[in-house]
Every structure is written in structure tokens, then in C-alpha cells.
Design a protein around this ligand. Structure first.
Ligand SMILES: [Zn+2]
Length: 346
């Protein structure tokens, strides 16, 4: 069997040049007086700076670890949708998405974009549609990150099954793009951002889908639940049992035509559990590199987030299964990625 293309469906631009953060800090400092700027045009980052930030970081590690292509979105913890109002988020999202687009244009073989949305607490999700369409139609992005909790850990928005989200889903179906359900920074001291809030949100999003009939309304809608699905695979029996008590269909019919999990689980036993419990057709390779966990595991001598090692070392997976996790499932879940690869001869 031919070597699969290694597609990492979960990468963020965590290494953007400092000027981006400085621009954002000025934006936050002037929230009450936005007329004092900064203007988007005041952010100046050259192609050489972008190239360097990628070549010395993500691309270096991709080459070292043997992954080919990353679906690349703005830094998740920096989305911080809870800061300011819709206009704050709209300007910030446009800037961050444009940078990811420029990276994808500089390294078309290795990066393709996924969009951050200009969400804002209490603001209708439909306001995100112009930015979403721009990213897909003008930038060639193949997916979006959808934040189920723009309040940053206070959960003030209705669940993902609420009709207020439907305009986003209608557009996703129309454009044939999936969403990674991905929160941002927690501003609630009870929840550590990457250790608690992210995993809570993954679990919460799954349960919101389970208790609803969202996918009856949108049979082709696709969600990727990152970070290995939070607590979902580990507690699969609980979720099956709850669905049964609620007289829902079997989870494989109720949710697994629409929900997928990534492999951002940072140890072998976790990956073994994921691949044993969740059907292989629902698992997409990802590392979220360079992200929350950057260290080296003293038990293995390798980086925790070098997730390809765990897939390669799995004794449960054969070549066909590995192909699906590395390439086949990503092509199916991201049809626009598949189309882009086909035009490039892959
Ligand atoms: Zn992420």
C-alpha cells in the first residue's frame, strides 16, 4: 500500500510574529475608545517574517515527525471572543485569518487554512457569515473553528442545538465545510484554559448533540471534536446508556455520521483507548502542534504532542486503518481539502 499523506487536521498559528500580539494589546487597551485605533493597516508583518516563524517552528517539526500537511487556523487561545464587542472580534478575526491565508500561500504544500469566526457573547452567530464566506471563497479555507462558548468559560450562549446557530450550519452545509468545535481562553478562574476548559467544552459539545436532534435537521453537518473528544471516548458506555434512556437511536446512527474525533491525546494508552472505542472512520490525525503541551515526556523521551508516534506504534491498527486516520477520513470530512489535493495531483 502506498504511504498515506499525513494530514494534521488541527494546527494553530501559535508562533506568529510578536507584532500581532502587540497590535492586539493596543486593540484591547482602546476598547472604550476604538477611534484611537489601531487600524488593521497598522499591523505590518513581512512575508520573510511569516516564513521564518513557520520554517523554524511548525514546518521544522512537521518534517522531523513526518507529517505533510496541516489544516491551519488562528491561535485558539488568542481568539478570546469574550473581549470587546462584535466589531472587536470582527477586526481581530479578519487579521488572524489573513495571516493564516498568507502562510498557506507561502507554503501551499504544507498548510491550508481553517477560519476563526468573529463571534461575540450575546451576538447572533449569523453575524459571522460574511467572514466565513470570505475565508472559504477568497482564501480557499476548508473548515472553520466554532466556539460553543464565546463568553470564555461562563457558558452564556445557548447550546449548539439552538436555532440561533442554524444560519452557520446552513452556510457550512452549503459550502461543504466542517467545523472543529473549539473554545478559546477561559476567563473563569475555575477552568484552566487548556487543561480543563478545552476538554470540558469537547465533552459538553458532544452531549449537546446527543440530547438534541440536530443532525436530523442537518444530516450532512460535520463537527470535529478535538483533543481526542474530551472525556467522550473514555466514558462511551455512559453516553450510550444515557442515549438509551432518552430513547435516542444508537450513537453510531445518532451521532457518528456527523461527529469525528481528532488524535490530540498525548500518550499511548489514550490513543489505544480512542482507537479501540471509537470507530476508525471517525478518527482524524492531529497533533495541535505547537500548542498547549510542548514538553518532552520523560517516560518516552519524545514530545508529548508527537502524536504520529502513537498511531504508528498502535498494535490495534493495520495499514488500512492508518490510511483512514492519516488521510482518508480527512479527505471525506474536509471535501474542499480533498478537492484542493486532487487539483494538485494527490
Ligand atoms: Zn486547538
Amino acid at each position: 500500500m502506498q504511504q498515506p499523506l499525513i494530514i494534521d487536521c488541527h494546527g494553530h498559528y501559535t508562533t506568529a510574529p510578536k507584532a500581532l500580539e502587540e497590535w492586539r494589546n493596543r486593540q484591547i487597551a482602546n476598547l472604550a475608545t476604538p477611534e484611537r485605533g489601531p487600524k488593521p493597516s497598522e499591523l505590518r508583518i513581512s512575508d520573510d517574517e511569516l516564513r521564518e516563524s513557520i520554517e523554524t517552528n511548525q514546518l521544522r517539526l512537521m518534517k522531523q515527525r513526518g507529517s505533510d500537511l496541516t489544516i491551519f487556523s488562528p491561535r485558539a487561545s488568542f481568539m478570546a471572543h469574550h473581549i470587546g464587542d462584535f466589531n472587536t472580534s470582527a477586526t481581530w478575526a479578519a487579521i488572524c485569518n489573513e495571516l493564516c491565508y498568507r502562510v498557506s500561500a507561502l507554503f501551499p504544500e504544507h498548510f491550508i487554512g481553517a477560519a476563526m469566526l468573529p463571534q461575540s457573547p450575546g451576538v447572533a452567530p449569523s453575524t459571522c457569515l460574511p467572514e466565513l464566506e470570505r475565508c472559504v471563497n477568497d482564501y480557499g479555507f476548508v473548515g472553520i473553528n466554532l466556539n460553543p462558548d464565546p463568553s470564555g468559560g461562563h457558558w452564556t450562549s445557548p447550546p449548539l442545538s439552538d436555532r440561533s446557530w442554524y444560519p452557520v450550519y446552513e452556510k457550512m452545509v452549503e459550502l461543504d465545510i466542517p467545523a472543529m468545535v473549539h473554545v478559546s481562553t477561559s476567563c473563569n478562574a475555575c477552568f484552566h484554559t487548556t487543561g480543563a476548559h478545552y476538554l470540558n467544552a469537547d465533552t459538553t459539545a458532544f452531549m449537546q448533540c446527543l440530547t438534541s436532534d440536530l443532525f436530523l435537521d442537518f444530516p450532512t453537518l460535520k463537527f470535529i471534536i478535538p483533543h481526542g473528544g474530551g472525556a467522550v471516548p473514555y466514558h462511551w458506555g455512559r453516553f450510550r446508556g444515557l442515549a438509551q434512556e432518552m430513547k435516542k437511536p444508537l450513537l453510531k446512527d445518532h451521532l457518528l455520521n456527523n461527529i469525528f474525533f481528532d488524535t490530540c491525546v498525548y500518550h499511548q494508552p489514550g490513543i489505544d483507548l480512542l482507537t479501540k472505542v471509537i470507530p476508525v472512520d471517525n478518527i482524524l490525525f492531529a497533533s495541535e502542534m505547537i500548542g498547549a503541551v510542548r514538553g518532552i515526556d520523560p517516560e518516552t523521551g519524545f514530545h508529548y504532542d508527537d502524536t504520529k508516534r502513537y498511531i504508528d506504534a498502535s498494535t490495534q491498527l493495520g495499514a488500512d486503518e492508518r490510511y483512514k486516520i492519516y488521510e482518508g477520513n480527512a479527505r471525506r470530512v474536509f471535501p474542499r481539502l480533498n478537492a484542493a489535493l486532487e487539483t494538485r495531483g494527490y
